[in-house]
Design a protein around this ligand. Structure first.
Ligand SMILES: Nc1ncnc2c1ncn2[C@@H]1O[C@H](COP(=O)(O)OP(=O)(O)OP(=O)(O)O)[C@@H](O)[C@H]1O
Ligand SMILES: [Mg+2]
Length: 277
């Protein structure tokens, strides 16, 4: 009775996203026997409006985890839930941004951004002003009528982000979105992402190979083991957001960067890397 009262008084904050005992086996030519076990016992939660990055060795299952959450892949066992509902298909509550811009070359920037809502049958007078505001917000005011080939890689990623945000999703899934950009543009995009987060407050799952990028933008960084991927290490980043470049030289940043580089490199090279320190 006492426990019930306590539970009523202090409600547990439900996670926004939960990975529970997720396993993913991609079948091989001979079926499961020669398949690839990409994820095994993969567990973790994201809180509402939290920004979590995943780092880990190449091929450890990062994209697989994101694709299951996006609804593009199904787990072999275990579950991925959003707001307590098991994910079984893609949905407009999850905006996805990939490394390679996947814009339609024959459509203008504006037409690319609104394509999804237009196909849904929403009236243009409702979504066009929203798209124009979004394009301004991602720094593309004046480029609405341009075509993708007229834009730099960074600008194309800005269009992708605007396109993902047009549905006002409460979750953003980003798979190495800045991986193909030069260092300076990447820094700009990281700050842009933090600005957009402050405005829209989505929950963000962000995959990157760049440990510094992960720390700069995240509340929490997960380092995965080599395949089959599991959570190996988890660090919290306490610096308040929005962050500026001063954070890159701070003791907290340097300590977390060292910690995460060792966690990932020990998976890539074996445990002797850690022993040597
Ligand atoms: N559709 C697929 N069919 C078969 N095997 C796959 C498929 N997708 C991924 N894999 C395999 O699953 C493992 C995990 O792949 P995944 O793409 O999730 O890794 P990753 O961590 O995102 O790697 P990277 O850092 O290189 O992007 C790899 O061994 C990969 O070859
Ligand atoms: Mg990947």
């Amino acid at each position: 009775m006492q426990t019930e009262t306590a539970a009523r008084e202090a409600p547990v904050r439900r996670p926004k996203i939960s990975f529970v005992e997720v396993q993913k086996l991609y079948p091989g030519k001979g079926g499961q026997a020669d398949g690839t076990l990409a994820l095994d016992s993969f567990n973790f939660d994201l809180a509402p409006a939290e920004i979590v990055s995943i780092v880990g060795p190449t091929g450890c299952g990062k994209s697989t985890a994101l694709n299951i959450l996006a609804g593009f892949e199904t787990p072999s066992s275990g579950t991925v839930s959003v707001d307590g509902q098991v994910v079984t298909s893609p949905g407009s509550n999850r905006g996805v941004v990939f490394q390679q811009p996947s814009l339609f070359p024959w459509l203008s920037v504006l037409a690319n951004v609104v394509l999804g809502v237009k196909c849904r049958g929403d009236p243009p007078k409702e979504y066009e002003p929203r798209a124009m505001r979004l394009l301004e917000e991602v720094g593309l005011k004046g480029f609405e009528r341009h075509y993708p080939y007229q834009l730099s890689g960074g600008m194309q990623q800005r269009v992708q982000i605007a396109r993902a945000l047009i549905n006002e999703p409460d979750i953003m899934l980003m798979d190495e979105p800045f991986g193909a950009l030069d260092y300076q543009t990447r820094l700009l995009m990281q700050k842009l992402l933090l600005r957009l987060w402050a405005h829209f407050r989505p929950t963000i799952l962000f995959i990157t190979h760049d440990v510094g990028e992960a720390i700069f933008i995240s509340d929490r960084v997960i380092a995965m083991t080599k395949r089959p991927g599991r959570v190996k290490r988890e660090v919290h980043v306490h610096a308040p957001k929005p962050r500026d470049y001063e954070f890159l030289g701070s003791p907290e940043f340097t300590r977390l960067e060292h910690d995460l580089i060792l966690a990932v490199q020990s998976e890539v090279e074996g445990d002797e890397v850690v022993a040597a320190h």
